[in-house]
Design a protein around this ligand. Structure first.
Ligand code: GDP
Ligand code: MG
Length: 166
């Protein structure tokens, strides 16, 4: 199985940390080079029977400028072409305007969206379920996977979920 998976999420939710964990330091650092409006490859995850190309979608959180609109369109084009997208959020901060904005954008494509609730190492276990319910109201996610990218918790389960859409 192989396919393309886009990663969206506002800054600081842990996109690079997740890629570091999945793919390894070197490639994720490469992906942090300044980019223009082109979509960039975050990294390629390869096992004996699976290959996933992770694409960053710069600009989806940008707004209120012509450039922002253009970047948004580029991001949406990417989202329309991938097998699935990971929507990363920071579970320790809760839902914010940035998340809502992205969720609205996601409604413009029919791609399966996997909600990845990151930083669960920073929250009380009881806080997770109410937060999941809150996010469910935003969007009809294909899957919801809580993880800690930093600790590596549940990242393998996330990859299993992604594989279903390849
Ligand atoms: P990005 O902007 O979405 O790429 O976010 P980064 O990967 O750069 O992470 C932003 C900050 O959040 C960094 O200080 C990370 O160490 C921290 N971070 C990322 N994932 C986790 C996590 O699962 N748990 C905790 N506690 N911190 C995290
Ligand atoms: Mg980053």
């Amino acid at each position: 199985r192989s396919g393309f998976v886009a990663i969206v999420g506002r800054p600081n939710v842990g996109k690079s940390t997740l890629m570091n964990h999945v793919i390894g330091q070197k490639i994720a650092i490469m992906s942090d080079k300044p980019q223009t409006t082109r979509n960039k490859i975050h990294g390629v995850y390869t096992t004996a029977d699976m290959q996933i190309v992770f694409l960053d979608t710069p600009g989806i959180h940008k707004r209120q400028s012509k450039l922002g609109d253009f970047m948004n369109q580029t991001a949406l084009n990417t989202l329309g072409e991938v097998e699935a997208a990971l929507f990363l959020v920071d579970a320790s901060e809760g839902m914010g305007g940035g998340d809502r904005f992205i969720a609205e954008q996601l409604k413009k494509v029919s791609t399966p969206i996997i909600l990845v609730m990151n930083k669960i190492d920073k929250i009380e276990p009881e806080a997770l379920l109410p937060l999941i319910e809150e996010y469910r109201k935003l969007y009809d996610f294909a899957e919801i996977v809580p993880i800690s990218a930093k600790m590596g918790n549940n990242v393998n389960r996330l990859l299993e979920q992604v594989e279903k859409y390849l």
